[in-house]
Write a protein that binds this ligand. Structure first.
Ligand code: NAD
Length: 495
């Protein structure tokens, strides 16, 4: 059970200036540069992180390359790697509250969500891949008897991972778990506005016995250190979660450098579709509100477009507005808080700009729309609901990445499908219906990597998460994620 007094003890714990983690050591930026870490809880400076330079990134990549090449990690017996990864998961678990509170002070997520979604999820992910690492192996192909053909699986070498700010530990572990389990060495670039808990999680990896150089962290600005990682000739695979704009740049960097494989998870504008025959409209309304207001809407799979069948539209909008009452922006470090802060001032301004533009594009404000808790100095926003949202409106097409729900009515199944797919994205979706045939038809018709039926969210580590269209390529989670971090080598041997 989470305990408020333990959280209160940690909420003001001093945080010293942070450095990169390169070759197992804390290393300041080469030019001594730092970036202030602004807490979204009160707008105050929490501490500083190293403002990495291109040379810092090059040093981290060189450290990972050296560690890979001498086999200090990939050359270990699988059982030894497994033991270390289990120890790492145990240490994260033992320090879960400290990690969660540190993360909340940095990124603003409400602690109840953060505790389970961040260290909690990271522990599960790392254990999953530790358990799996000796269960993935090669094949002997069926060939002419005069030949022995083997397909070997090998680690790719050096993995670069660029992580966003919404769930740094969860998303970080989705990359680090399979990458390290497969025997690779890694350089991580956390987001400017959420580096602290990831740095601490990486320190725990060292403590667990991950050899120096195997896991490196370089902090700083995306267009400097992220770009240097993207352009490196020595990174073999680049994995990324974040915005489409940066995703495109990473592909360009790859094309301009060594053609490294680039895997992107780019968020979405996920349709959540409520048919009037939904088995439980109350539950559906609860899920609709939860899917957009948890973590103040800063969730890549958020159900940000609610499509409601016309004959229940008005009643359902009222139900969702009622369920939204359960989400009130509050102190993210209070266990009773249902919705935390927006991650940064920049993100808050962006959210409010979407809200300001929506009525001019025909949307009707049902609820919320404003900044709240200004007296704290932090970045808080009300849960916001718009109805009558035209399919071409910005809040129906662009990823707000904030607590803003866009509701649009539809007449029938055909229109629901057309609206659902009227987006450049294809990450998640949801369908509520009691009609099994319709559920399957919708599953087939919706162009998305995930379809929830009569629920929304909650998928565990056993299933892949990835998008289609401009939501990205490749998958995090599940055994499928291993494919990103391994190469296939064919051995063709004449006998
Ligand atoms: P972003 O894409 O700008 O940043 C994500 C990561 O990429 C950060 O670590 C950042 O430092 C790095 N980065 C930025 N510019 C880079 C560059 N030129 N080269 C290499 N790396 C670079 O995302 P953001 O500013 O944090 O948020 C902007 C939008 O991204 C949000 O509004 C939201 O739409 C989307 N987003 C999606 C997710 C998701 O889970 N899919 C998460 C966070 C943000």
């Amino acid at each position: 059970m989470l305990d408020q007094s333990a959280i209160d003890q940690l909420r003001a714990a001093p945080i010293g200036p942070q450095s990169h983690l390169i070759g197992g050591a804390a290393v300041a930026a080469g030019d001594g540069g730092t970036l202030d870490v602004i807490s979204p809880l009160d707008g105050g400076v929490l501490t500083t992180i190293a403002r990495g330079t291109e040379a810092d990134m090059a040093a981290a990549i060189a450290s990972a390359r050296a560690a890979f090449d001498d086999g200090r990690w990939s050359g270990l017996a699988p059982a030894a790697r497994k033991k270390i990864l289990f120890k790492w998961a145990d240490l994260i678990e033992a320090n879960a509250l400290e990690l969660a509170v540190l993360g909340v002070r940095d990124n603003g997520t409400e602690i109840g969500t953060a505790y389970f979604a961040e260290p909690g999820s990271a522990v599960g992910t790392i254990r999953y891949y530790a358990e799996a690492l000796d269960k993935v192996y090669g094949e002997i192909a069926v060939t002419d008897p005069s030949v022995l053909a083997m397909v070997q699986r090998e680690p790719v070498g050096v993995v670069g991972a660029i992580i966003p700010w919404n769930f740094p530990l969860m998303i970080g572990a989705w990359k680090l778990g399979p990458a390290l389990a497969a025997g690779n060495c890694v350089v991580v670039k956390p987001a400017e506005t959420a580096s602290l808990s990831l740095l601490r999680m990486a320190e725990l990896a060292l403590e667990a016995g991950v050899p120096p150089g195997v896991l490196n962290v370089v902090t700083g600005e995306g267009p400097v250190v992220g770009k240097a990682m993207g352009l490196s000739m020595d990174v073999d695979v680049l994995v990324f979660t974040g915005s489409g704009g940066v995703g495109r740049q990473l592909m360009e960097y790859s094309a301009r450098s060594n053609l490294k494989r680039v895997y992107l998870e780019l968020g979405g504008k996920s349709p959540h579709i409520i048919f009037s025959d939904a088995p439980d409209l109350e539950q559906a309304a609860k899920a609709a509100a939860g899917s957009i207001f948890r973590n103040a809407g800063q969730v890549c799979v958020a159900g940000s477009r609610l499509l409601v069948q016309s004959d229940i539209h008005d009643d359902f909008v009222a139900l969702v507005a009622e369920q939204a009452e359960a989400f009130k922006a509050g102190d993210p470090l209070q266990l009773s808080t249902s919705m935390g802060a927006v991650n940064s001032e920049r993100q808050l301004k962006q959210n409010l700009a979407f809200v300001a533009d929506a009525p001019g594009q025909g949307a009707r404000l049902i609820k919320g729309g404003g900044q709240v808790r200004r007296e704290t100095g932090g970045y808080f926003m009300e849960p916001t609901i718009f109805a009558d949202v035209r399919p071409d409106a910005d809040i129906a097409q662009k990823e707000v990445f904030g607590p803003v729900l866009a509701i649009t009515p539809f007449a029938d199944e055909a229109e629901a499908i057309a609206l659902a797919n009227d987006t450049v994205y294809g990450l998640a979706s949801g369908v509520w219906t009691a009609d099994l045939g319709r559920a399957h038809r919708m599953v087939r018709a919706i162009r998305a990597g995930v379809v929830h039926v009569n629920t929304y969210g909650g998928a565990d580590g056993t299933v892949p998460l990835g998008g289609v269209r401009q939501s990205g390529n490749g998958h995090d989670k599940s055994m499928h994620a291993f494919d990103k971090y391994m190469d296939l080598k064919t051995v063709w041997m004449r006998l």
